[in-house]
Design a protein. Structure first.
Length: 177
């Protein structure tokens, strides 16, 4: 089964770098969007505990959620903007010092995004921790490096978003779709 859809674009990058804010602005502008599955999992009962006690199990749960979101948008005629994607799971495992299971590697190789991969670089001026974003600044920078390397490992070339306000970032994103 070929699970490619036109213009599956992704926001990736550092925690707290404005991805969700941009995703919400894109949705308000009429684009089809898909939420960050890790944040959804962390907000569920036991989600934070799973991440802490069993990071590999958390990665597998993220993969399952990414697959559901990806498949939900197969055949979507308009562009779809995802908040993170399959290689982000690999970046999470890498930064956690864990091996990448074959099932996760295979998903990254088989389920391909066809639109631009837009990276929100670490941005100290806007970074804030919250209930799900538990990384300190140094960990956020390390996470950004790991996920960016993972996207490149799977043949993508992330395009950096400008360190600018939401309106300018939205125009930048729309120009790439």
């Amino acid at each position: 089964m070929n699970l490619l859809a036109p213009r599956h674009a992704v926001l990736t990058g550092a925690p707290g770098a404005g991805k969700t804010t941009l995703l919400n602005a894109a949705a308000a502008a009429g684009l089809t969007t898909s939420p960050e599955v890790a944040r959804v999992l962390l907000q569920q009962p036991g989600g934070m505990e799973l991440r802490e006690a069993d990071p590999l199990g958390f990665a597998e749960a993220m993969l399952e959620a990414h697959v559901r979101e990806f498949e939900r948008h197969v055949g979507q005629p308009d562009p779809v903007l995802f908040d993170r994607g399959f290689p982000d799971v690999v970046g999470f495992l890498d930064v956690s010092g864990l091996p990448v299971p074959n099932v996760i590697d295979a998903a990254c190789r088989r389920l391909r995004y066809t639109g631009p991969i837009l990276r929100a670089p670490a941005w100290a001026d806007i970074y804030q921790q919250d209930a799900e974003r538990i990384q300190d600044w140094e960990q956020a920078v390390a996470s950004d490096a790991a996920v960016t390397a993972a996207w490149r490992r799977y043949g993508y070339e992330p395009i950096d978003l400008p360190l600018a306000g939401v309106a300018q970032r939205l125009r930048f994103l729309q120009g790439r779709l």
